[in-house]
Design a protein around this ligand. Structure first.
Ligand code: NDP
Length: 248
């Protein structure tokens, strides 16, 4: 499988979970990949795996997506090394679930910064290059939480609804400029996402309740991303929802 040979893909949040699996899968499909996140030790490990297992090249760029200058630099470094950007996967995200009465306002702010502003900065940074190329593909990772709302997730869902709305909005402008947009909405995926939840009540209820659930693998979402970006140039896969089958 080398349908992405010659393409250059940036993946944010590539240090774990869906981003890590997506970067690896894009590399297996032939793309050169740029790995962005804050934990560079993990990005370096992934880069080594990509080098060993695929013929693709990779570049590690330490990036905090809440900092506009970091994201601009991510694109600049990509262009310095590879000369172009064909795919941007805006995947970095946090899900700091908490009950409203517990007032975790700092975590609300962090979710807005990472999940919304991180995506906006990514699009801002890559837009001039894709416009100049007259081609490109932006993949935004929303969630089924961008379609449905559940207790403890008012702010998280708000950020993921925002990502989905933004994806739809930019698609309406960018398609005529040759840039494709895909919004991916995963259901529950087994990753580190829930490990960062600090609200003890949520940990005691939501996390215990999820013990009987079936989870997708990060690789299942990576496959959906590769599917979307591997279509012929005239095909614009705008929305993909992937849920696990709840049968054990
Ligand atoms: P993980 O916690 O495994 O991965 C999150 C990634 O985001 C990490 O690589 C982390 O890297 C990165 N990240 C967090 N904050 C920042 C930041 N400020 N700057 C740069 N990178 C950052 O979770 P998932 O793989 O599950 O999550 C990936 C995306 O998928 C998220 O947007 C999430 O909302 C979405 N999603 C996940 C679902 C699930 O069930 N797991 C379901 C639906 C959507 P580092 O800490 O090294 O910076």
């Amino acid at each position: 499988m080398a349908e992405l040979k010659g393409k250059v893909a940036i993946v944010t949040g590539a240090s774990s979970g869906i981003g890590e699996a997506t970067a690896l899968e894009l590399a297996r499909a032939g793309a050169d990949v740029v790995l962005a996140a804050r934990r560079t030790d993990r990005l370096e490990k992934l880069a080594a795996t990509i080098g060993r297992e695929t013929g693709a090249q990779s570049l590690v760029v330490p990036t905090d997506v809440t900092k506009r200058s970091d994201v601009e630099q991510l694109v600049e470094k990509t262009k310095e090394r590879f000369g172009r950007v064909d795919i941007l996967v805006n995947n970095a995200g946090v899900m700091l679930l908490s009950y409203l009465k517990n007032d975790h306002v700092d975590e609300w702010e962090r979710m807005v910064d990472v999940n919304i502003k991180g995506v906006l900065f990514g699009v801002h940074a890559v837009m001039p290059t894709m416009l100049e190329q007259g081609s490109g593909h932006i993949v935004n990772v929303s969630s089924v939480a961008g379609h449905e709302i559940f207790p403890s997730a008012a702010v998280y869902c708000a950020t993921k609804f925002a990502v989905r709305a933004f994806s739809e909005g930019i698609e309406k402008e960018l398609s005529r400029l040759g840039i494709r947009v895909t919004n991916i909405s995963p259901g529950a995926v087994a990753t580190e996402l829930t490990q960062h939840i600090t609200d003890q009540e949520v940990r005691d209820t939501f996390l215990k309740g999820s013990k009987d659930m079936v989870f997708l693998d990060a690789a299942d979402i990576a496959a959906a991303v590769v599917y979307a970006v591997s279509q012929p140039e005239h095909v614009n896969v705008n929305e993909v929802i992937v849920r696990p089958v709840q049968k054990k």
